[in-house]
Design a protein around this ligand. Sequence first.
Ligand code: IPE
Ligand code: IPE
Ligand code: MG
Length: 229
Amino acid sequence: MGSALDQSRARHVAIIMDGNGRWAKKRGLPRAVGHQRGVEAVRRLVRSLEGTGLECLTLYAFSSENWKRSEDEVDDLMNLMRRFIKSDLPEFVANNVKLKIIGDWQSLAPDIVAMLEDALAQTANGRQTLAVALNYGGQHEIARAAAKAAASGEVTIETIAAQLDTHDLPPLDLLIRTSGEIRLSNFLLWQAAYAEMLFVDTLWPDFEPAHLTQALNDFARRERRYGGR
Ligand code: IPE
Ligand code: IPE
Ligand code: MG
C-alpha cells in the first residue's frame, strides 16, 4: 500500500476515441464504416481488459455536442450502439465486466435507455468497470453536480465531487486521446484536474490493446506531483 510501485499502476484510464471519420476518409469509405471499425476497436479493448489490471476504463462514445452532426450520422451511431449492446452484453457478463454509463443517457431514445438499464442490471456484479460516456458533457456534469450540492446546503469540492456521475469510480489516472487532436472536447473536465495526459496520432479504429499496454507503461514512468515536491 502506498509504495512507489502501487502509484505507478493506473487504476482508472479514460479514452477520447477520436478519428473514425478520418480513418474512413483515408480509405474513401463512408464515415459509418469508420464508426463500425471503431466499435471493433472497443470490442478488442474490452476483451483485453482483464489483462490490464485496471479497475475502470472510461470511454467517450458520444458527446453532448455530437448532436450537431448530420441526422444520418447520429442515426448510424445510435444504431451501432443498439447492435453493440445486443451482441456484446453476454460477453460482458461472462467476463465480469461491470457496465456504467455517464452523461445524460436517460434522455436517449427510450429503447436504448431500456437496453442500457437491462445491461446495467445484468452486469451489476462485475469486477472491472467499463464506463461509457453517452450524451456526455463535462461542463453540464459539473453544473448538475454543483446544483445538487447547493440543494443539499453546502457547495465544496467534496460535495460537488460526490454528485458527479463518476462519484463511485477511482480517481482518473490517465486520459488518452487518439487521432492527434490535442484538446479535451468537454470530457471529464473536473476529473482531469491531476490526470496524466497522453495524445497519440493513432486513429481510433487502428487502436489495439497493445497501444493501451504501451500507454500504461508510459504512465508508470511518470512522476506525479499534485503541486507538491
Ligand atoms: C470519433 O470519431 C467518434 C465520435 C465522435 C462519435 P469522429 O467521428 O469524431 O472522427 P473524426 O474526428 O471525424 O476523424
Ligand atoms: C470527442 O470527439 C467526442 C467523442 C470522441 C465521443 P469529437 O470529434 O466530437 O471532438 P471535436 O469536435 O474534434 O472537438
Ligand atoms: Mg472527431
